[in-house]
Design a protein around this ligand. Structure first.
Ligand code: TAP
Length: 519
């Protein structure tokens, strides 16, 4: 396998950079006057606080991780992964083919039959603990790599993605020798080989959500990362080697969607887990229909974040900002619909605009950055198209006046008011830093509007009244309901959706069930 090195963090030279950046479609007339906040040219602007890239060595080329070894793709082709904040190519990534998927599944099947299923569960647990410890020890390296490859702020990869990924391995390590307590009265058994396909918004964390419970339950894994964010999965392959995980227990096959499809439809794959768009989720469900495989689908969302008139307004503003601007809004459970009670709407929106004017948008490697880069040019264009539809359909757009970097894919935080429930921005998952505001008068109206969506992944409630939280939470058709907080994740808590947000749960004991068959 080629292993030629470039200097630390350097991009391969021979690949040309991508086209010029995509401008946020924000006509000057709809942009607010210059902010007096902490961003831009304010005398109170923060000094730059860039994280060092020195800890990371990004190689020029990466192969597939199959049977414990790095392998060249059978077709000899590569794709390029880019830094979304600079548009620079980071590395060449093996373009795995169906033949490579076949080899990976064969290795996982062999590892399952000959090694992993024969290990005492306590021994399996030791590997998971070891992986968790290594992730913690190498956390800075993972955080910097994740930020460079995905565009998310270093503050988030450092404080959320990497610690949560380590926590998932730690949590499921504890389950490995206690599986009988997860399915009382029945005999838990692993499926065998599981096929997993993950998206680009939380590359390492989604890998942990998938691999940790699968291994704890005694399965072996073939995982396909998203094409735009393969680097932390490939770094994780190195962690598997460092942890001396037996060969073939984890296999990572980079490549296009069609390679993901050949993994999930292979008859030797007994269980499939997918996170990503609803359309691909549907394609996968159709592709494996009738094969008797286990399937969990974690798909899109259009969460309502509901603010009642008695809420602590400043806290609610923080929660709404966190709900939609965390990870640039590229979050399946993002609170992308703000439902605010009419009596406080004007005041709430004024405070929200003030807060949005303080957000710092720019270099994701700067520790002060709140909103980093959009993951890809395609995603930028998709956000821009939906925002343009909001303007065309008559919603009122507002964006803070902030300077965006001249290179890279950056999108201004965007607030829409005068939104009708029929508008596309109120119905479709935008997967970007765009908030659509709808008002309501009564609790019943709030519930009806919140549930008026094809999705059902998450929701938020902001009120001082405990009884109202219980009433509204039990009426909302959403898998996760946060009260007076938003985007809280914990390995012990199940996560998943209803309706077009998919089915099955990840996290907690429920997440383990998906990886067990019990008799
Ligand atoms: P998807 O196409 O759903 O990509 C997710 C994963 O599925 C990637 O690894 C992708 O591989 C793979 N994939 C694509 N087509 C496949 C197929 N036919 N069979 C098996 N695997 C396949 O998402 P996207 O195109 O990157 O984003 C489109 C929209 O989906 C976004 O705008 C957003 O609304 C939504 N999205 C939702 C989520 C979550 S968490 N709900 C995550 C990402 C995107 P490649 O990367 O190689 O294409």
């Amino acid at each position: 396998m080629p292993s030629d090195q470039t200097p630390k963090g350097a991009a391969p030279r021979r690949t040309p950079a991508r086209a010029a950046s995509v401008a946020t479609p924000a006509p000057a007339a709809i942009v607010a006057p210059a902010s007096s906040g902490l961003a831009g040219n304010s005398p109170w602007a923060y000094a730059p606080a860039p994280e060092s890239r020195e800890i990371v060595t990004i190689r020029q080329r990466y192969g597939l991780f199959i049977d414990g070894k790095e392998r060249a793709p059978s077709g000899g082709e590569v794709t390029i992964t880019y830094n979304p904040a600079t548009e620079e190519p980071l590395a060449e990534i093996a373009k795995g083919t169906p033949a490579d998927a076949d080899r990976a599944i064969e290795a996982a099947d062999r590892a399952y039959r000959k090694v992993w299923s024969k290990l005492h569960p306590r021994e399996r647990a030791k590997y998971l603990y070891r992986i968790s410890r290594i992730l913690q020890e190498r956390s800075r390296e993972f955080a910097v790599t994740e930020t460079m490859d995905s565009g998310k702020p270093i503050r988030e990869s450092r404080d959320v993605d990497v610690p949560l990924a380590a926590a998932h391995f730690w949590y499921y390590a504890g389950w490995a020798d206690k599986l009988q307590y997860a399915v009382p009265g029945r005999r838990p058994e692993a499926h065998g080989v599981v096929g997993q396909v993950i998206p680009w918004n939380f590359p390492l964390l989604m890998l942990a959500w998938k691999i940790a419970p699968a291994l704890a339950a005694g399965n072996t894994v073939v995982l396909k990362p998203a094409s735009t964010t393969p680097l932390t999965a490939l770094l994780f392959a190195d962690v598997c080697r460092q942890a001396e995980l037996p060969d073939g227990v984890v296999n990572i096959v980079t490549g296009p969607g069609s390679t993901g499809m050949s993994i999930v439809t292979d008859p030797r794959v007994a269980k499939v887990a997918f996170t990503g768009s609803t359309s691909v989720g549907v394609t996968i469900a159709k592709g494996i229909a009738g094969q008797g495989k286990g399937l969990t689908l974690e798909l899109g969302g259009k969460a309502a974040n509901i603010v009642f008139e008695d809420a602590a307004l400043d806290q609610a503003v923080e929660g709404v900002v966190n709900g939609i601007f965390f990870n640039q809004g590229e979050v399946c459970c993002a609170g992308s619909r703000l439902l605010v009670q009419e009596s406080i709407a004007e005041e709430f929106l004024a405070r929200l605009r003030d807060r949005m004017s303080m957000l710092r948008i720019g270099d994701p490697m700067d520790k002060n950055t709140d909103i980093g880069a959009i993951n890809s040019k395609a995603q930028m264009e998709s956000i821009g198209e939906l925002v343009a539809s909001g303007v065309a359909e008559g919603a009122q757009i507002w964006q803070p006046a902030c300077d965006l970097p001249t290179r890279g894919w950056f999108f201004r935080p965007t607030l829409f008011t005068n939104v009708a429930q029929s508008h596309r921005i109120a119905r479709e998952e935008i997967f970007g830093p765009v908030l659509a505001t709808i008002t309501f008068r009564t609790v019943a109206e709030a519930i009806e509007k919140a549930n008026n969506t094809a999705y059902g992944l998450s929701a938020g409630i902001w009120t001082e009244k405990g009884s109202r939280i219980l009433q509204v939470a039990s009426a909302l058709k959403a898998g996760v309901v946060w009260a007076n907080t938003f985007n809280r994740f914990d390995p012990t808590a199940p996560f998943g959706g209803y309706k077009e947000s998919g089915y099955g749960r990840e996290g907690g004991m429920q997440g383990l069930h998906a990886y067990l068959r019990s008799s």
